[in-house]
Design a protein around this ligand. Structure first.
Ligand code: B1M
Length: 209
C-alpha cells in the first residue's frame, strides 16, 4: 500500500485525528483520488477496527476514537467528493434508524448525494419512524441506514409508519448499512438497497427519473 495510504489507515486504527486529517490533505495534494483514499485508506481501516472489536482486541472507546479520526479525514475529503457545476437533481432525507448511533455510513451517503447534486436533509442518528414520516413531505427520497442486526427491524417499522401516514408511493425509500441485504430490502418492501454510498447515489437517481 502507498505509504501515505498506510499512514491514513494506521492513523484511523490508532485514532489519531490530526495525523489522519493531515495525511488526507497530503494524499490529495499528491494527486491520489478521493475514491482511492476513501476505499483503500479509510474504509479499509474501519473494517480493520471492526475486526479488532470482534476479536476482543479493542473495545467501544477505541472504536469511538477511531470513528473520530475517520470523521476528521472525511471532513478533509468532503470538498473532493463533490462535483462542480451539478444541478439539483432531487431532495433526499437521510437518517440512521431508531436505536442505532452509527453515523459514518449515513454521513458518507449524504455527502456523495450532495456531491451528485441532491439537496440533503440529515435527520441524524436514532431517528424514530415518526421523524422520518415528518420529513417525508419535503423530499423525494428517504434513505435509511442501520449498522446493527438489532436495529434492522426499525427499517420495516419506518416503512410501515410511512405507509400508514399515506406518504408512499409519493416518496421512494432506499436502505443500506453493513448488515442490510438486497433480499432484506425486498422483504420489507423498500424501493431499493445500495451496498455503498456511490451505489446509493446511482439508486436514488434511478428512482427519481
Ligand atoms: Co459499532 N458495531 N457498536 N460502534 N461499529 C459495528 C457495526 C459491528 C459490526 C462491530 C463488530 O462487532 N465487528 C457491531 C455490529 C454487530 C451486528 O449487529 N451485526 C457493532 C456493535 C456490536 C456496536 C455496539 C452494540 C457495541 C457495544 O456497545 N457493545 C454499539 C451500539 C451502539 C448503538 O448504535 N446503539 C456500537 C457502538 C459503536 C461506536 C459508537 C463506538 C462507533 C460508531 C461511531 C459513529 O458512527 N459515530 C462504532 C463503530 C465505529 C463501529 C465499526 C467499527 C465501524 C462502523 C463504520 O463507521 N464504518 C463497525 C464495524 C464495521 O462496520 N466493520 C461497528 C465505516 C462506514 C463508512 O461504513 O457504516 O458500513 P458503513 O457504511 C457503508 C455501507 O454500509 C453503506 O455505505 C457506506 C460505505 O460507502 N451504507 C449505506 C451505510 N448506510 C447506508 C445507507 C444507504 C446506502 C448505503 O442508503 C440510504
Amino acid at each position: 500500500m502507498d505509504e501515505i495510504l498506510q499512514k491514513i489507515f494506521q492513523g484511523i486504527v490508532e485514532g489519531q485525528q490530526n495525523v489522519v486529517a493531515e495525511s488526507v490533505g497530503i494524499a490529495l495534494h499528491a494527486g491520489l483520488s478521493a475514491r482511492t483514499i476513501l476505499d483503500e485508506g479509510m474504509l479499509a481501516a474501519m473494517a480493520e477496527v471492526g475486526r479488532h472489536f470482534e476479536e476482543g482486541e479493542c473495545y467501544v472507546p477505541e472504536m469511538l476514537v477511531s470513528a473520530r479520526a475517520m470523521k476528521a479525514g472525511l471532513a478533509k475529503l468532503q470538498p473532493s467528493l463533490k462535483q462542480t457545476d451539478v444541478k439539483v437533481v432531487g431532495r433526499v432525507a437521510v437518517g440512521t434508524v431508531k436505536g442505532d448511533l452509527h453515523d459514518m455510513g449515513k454521513n458518507l451517503v449524504g455527502m456523495m448525494l450532495e456531491g451528485a447534486g441532491f439537496t440533503v436533509k440529515d435527520l441524524g442518528v436514532d431517528v424514530t419512524p415518526e421523524a422520518f414520516v415528518a420529513a417525508a413531505d419535503e423530499v423525494d427520497v428517504i434513505g435509511l441506514s442501520a449498522l446493527l442486526t438489532t436495529t434492522m427491524g426499525q427499517m420495516k417499522n419506518t416503512l410501515e409508519a410511512l405507509d400508514a401516514a399515506g406518504k408512499r408511493p409519493k416518496i421512494k425509500v432506499i436502505i443500506g448499512g453493513a448488515p442490510v441485504t438486497e433480499d432484506f430490502a425486498r422483504s420489507i418492501g423498500a424501493d431499493g438497497y445500495a451496498p455503498d454510498a456511490s451505489r446509493a447515489v446511482a439508486l436514488a437517481k434511478s428512482l427519481i427519473n
